[in-house]
Design a protein around this ligand. Structure first.
Ligand code: ADP
Length: 301
């Protein structure tokens, strides 16, 4: 197969590992900087042009779109879809996954376990919003934050109110969520490929930190998931229309609850902690699925 890894940086661990895994299995793999791609969108025969030459003959793409480049990155993925090229994740599914509220709405529709979550626009409704999630302590999140930035734990009603007012005064979109205290500052990252969880780690935040993000000093270790956790992760990826996803769960008193579903999950932390060849599993997934006509996204919403 001829495979393109859409990434702005060929030196990143995940990009390098995907290239290596593809080449090791006898495929031709090229890293394409999607920000350098351009397109003639009115042409009857859709094309992507890269460094002056049309990209031709690709069987599959693996998009690794950065959170700050979603708009242009998904446009490039869409153009490949128009050309009939198989993608590990469809453009629409990537766009959905970048909005936490949209993500939770789709998961809720499927009956997947979630922390009680509220969302409102007007600051006149703050009391009602706080009560919706059962009062303080509660978590306030910027809708498009990543790596734990913009995730705040408000321990009291008054703090919650001030933080919500401050975010709203900056016109930030936020959601308000029940605090899952019993998770103890840990979450589970489940790496889904196709309809299976192929690797899972538990991430534990440093002492005194409720956020477990590795970028914030969290530590990762291999973990065995319960059958319910596995099926929650797989159903979540499916509900979002993602074929490759990092599903983050918290262990709550009422079973696994989903935090978010990531469409370009990093490979380094999970490969190091589990020893699983995650990049190899992604290439093997392509080997099984390319050419089966599953190009389009089928999620409504
Ligand atoms: P980001 O996308 O910025 O990583 P998350 O929503 O995943 O934001 O939150 C970051 C971390 O904060 C999570 O991995 C989890 O450890 C912790 N966290 C988030 N929401 C809650 C919650 N409702 N209850 C308990 N811990 C939470």
């Amino acid at each position: 197969m001829k495979i393109a890894v859409l990434s702005t940086d060929p030196t990143l661990y995940s990009t390098r590992k995907l290239v290596e895994a593809g080449e090791k299995r006898g495929h031709e793999v090229q890293v394409i900087d999607y920000l350098r791609c351009y397109m003639n969108i009115t042409s009857m025969k859709p094309k992507v042009i890269y460094m002056g030459e049309p990209l031709e003959g690709f069987d599959a793409i693996i998009p690794r779109i950065g959170a700050s480049q979603t708009f242009y990155g998904t446009a490039v993925v869409r153009q490949f879809e128009m050309m009939g090229v198989f993608t590990t994740n469809p453009s629409q599914a990537i766009s959905r996954s970048r909005n936490k509220l949209h993500c939770l709405q789709l998961l809720a529709r499927e009956g997947i376990g979630l922390p009680v979550t509220g969302f409102a626009h007007s600051t006149q409704d703050i009391d009602g919003l706080i009560n919706t999630v059962g009062g303080a302590p509660l978590v306030i999140k910027l809708l498009e934050g990543t790596q734990g930035i913009g995730v705040v734990l408000a321990e009291t009603y008054q703090t919650a109110k001030s933080v919500i007012e401050a975010f709203r005064a900056l016109y930030a979109n936020i959601l308000v969520q029940e605090f899952i205290e019993e998770a103890g500052g840990a979450d589970l990252r489940c790496f889904v490929v196709g309809d299976r969880v192929i690797a899972a780690i538990k991430r534990q935040g440093p002492e005194g930190e409720f956020r477990s993000n590795l970028h914030r000093g969290g530590k990762a270790e291999k973990i065995k998931l319960s059958p319910e956790e596995r099926s929650t992760a797989v159903r979540s990826a499916k509900a979002m229309g993602l074929r490759v996803a990092g599903v983050d769960l918290l262990r709550s008193n009422h079973g696994p609850v989903v935090m978010e579903v990531n469409s370009s999950p990093g490979l380094e932390g999970i490969e190091a902690a589990t020893g699983v060849d995650v990049s190899g599993k992604i290439i093997e997934f392509l080997q099984k699925n390319v050419g089966k006509g599953q190009v389009r996204d089928r999620i409504e919403g």
